[in-house]
Design a protein around this ligand. Sequence first.
Ligand code: ADP
Ligand code: ZN
Length: 627
Amino acid sequence: MSSSHTVDPISALRAGDAGQTDRALEILSTVFGYDSFRGEQSAIIEQVASGGDAVVLMPTGGGKSLCYQIPALLREGTGIVVSPLIALMADQVAALEGVGIRAAYLNSTLDYQEAQAVEQQLLAGELDLLYMAPERLVLPRTQDLLRRAQLALFAIDEAHCVSQWGHDFRPDYLGLSVLAEAFPTVPRVALTATATESTHRELTERLRMQDAKHFVSSFDRPNIQYRIEPKASPREQLLRLITSEHEGESGIVYCLSRKSVETTAQWLADRGIPALPYHAGLDARVRQDHQERFLRAEGLIMVATIAFGMGIDKPDVRFVAHLDLPKSIEGYYQETGRAGRDGQPSTAWMAYGLGDVVSQRKFIDAGDGDEQFKRNARSHLDAMLALCETVSCRRVQLLRYFGQESEPCGNCDTCLQPPQTWDATVAAQKLLSALIRLDRERGQKFGSGQVIEVLLGRENERSTQSRHAELSVWGIGGELSEKEWRTTLRQLLARGIVEAEGDYGVLVPGPQAGPVLRGEVTVELAVDRAPAKASRSRPGRGGGGGSSRAAEGLETAERERFEALRAWRTSVAREKQIPPYMVFSDATLVAIVQLQPRSVAELGSVSGVGAKKLAEYGDGILEALPG
Ligand code: ADP
Ligand code: ZN
């Protein structure tokens, strides 16, 4: 799984006389090809390399991997990486081998012989990093194996999975609490991109990391543009987003149900947009195949349930779209965080409507789980709704949810097109009165459709039967159209002024209704903007669809060289059966094009070109670069 000639430079670095910080920097540059650490990377590496524990909260794309990879290289022995994502381990290991690190994984995809070979490598001290899933790690047999090996550290990736309060609980993670006692001298680093205070607290406790140093980065993802628009015809809206802003680019579309995943993927494919479905109901082989195609192809769209995406580190996902309301802000932020890991402009887009609010509430009420569980789910949903209905900066609200204060960002829909608001106090009172009258005088509760008919005074079978026209609230809402009432109702639901109740989602006055009815508060609501008005101000793109956002600023001659390098990269990736971005990122290709290196040595100075890749690809690149 690893070739011995690549070992030497790294063991030389490990053994070097230089101070730890210098050696870390040297590894960063010779192995990974980068010249400086980002954010808190250096401090985290220092902490773990010198044997301390660390809890690392860093947004997706922040650079968490180096925080355990480099300490594992600096310390004697093997770094054990715990990850729930078996399907991605092969790629992760391939990427590490690509830069000359001795890595392997132990999971159920290996047969007995293969697993034996890896165990031997571990015991012989021939591995820098070893990946495994938590359920494997806690087996007595594995514990025994690890006790016989020399361990550099434990890295617990996706550490939020240990939190039951959070959105991604994996029971197997609970077993990791044994590590503190079983291996008291081995430093542990827990990493996650989910960062609410409650999740942070819970993972610290469950993983017994009370004595660790905590590193909490800014959670902002400035290159992601957040947009949430009213749902009219969601697929058409999605199609418009793709064709007007993301033609030929990679993206992820999230849907709630398996069925809508299937139909949406088909619908896109019928319109000439390359799209594949992904959900837990598909055969494991099909899932793996679709995931691999998504990682390797450029410009493919994955239509998926939330079963897809954790640990996917494809850097050039240009948009993440939600066709249904996520259940929590944590989930939403993780999912949208999969866009733009490479730091290039990207879009997080969502369509959301009245139906989403009603069905999610219903889903929670009808679901099993105790009252505490439901209360949790409701408060998650309420926070999500507040984000959808906010009239101020979405980013400010998102970051505040993670405990960080910020200024309006200028790169979300509400900043770019501040929504108009109107005084909806009277409308809210009329609606509440209608609910109260229908209940008191007829003993009836209805869903949104019939309530709006009453407000508009529109006769139908049911209203005739129940003599609704005799009620004082009949037709009192004529100043708004049906569509405006739906918008209003959606926002009143989101604010708890109205509630949807029971299996049928019938409407009742919510906990916030009292002050509104008594006229003690005014209700300021947003006017829905027209859907899918692209607000991105994008520079015109040269070249055709499928060109990289990273290459946007290039001149014609440079673009030609860039395309030549891309073609070279595609052929190398195909030959090695790895995703193109594992050969080099777009950003690295652009840097090469701009530098126009004439020698292998010059090429080595480009960010992202480490020693191993330079030796492996240097000549090929120089040959592929036209004139
Ligand atoms: P995370 O796991 O936090 O989502 P990754 O570890 O995958 O993020 O890093 C995201 C991207 O940033 C990767 O392409 C990685 O190579 C790159 N990266 C990380 N640290 C640095 C650095 N110090 N300089 C340049 N690029 C970096
Ligand atoms: Zn903003």
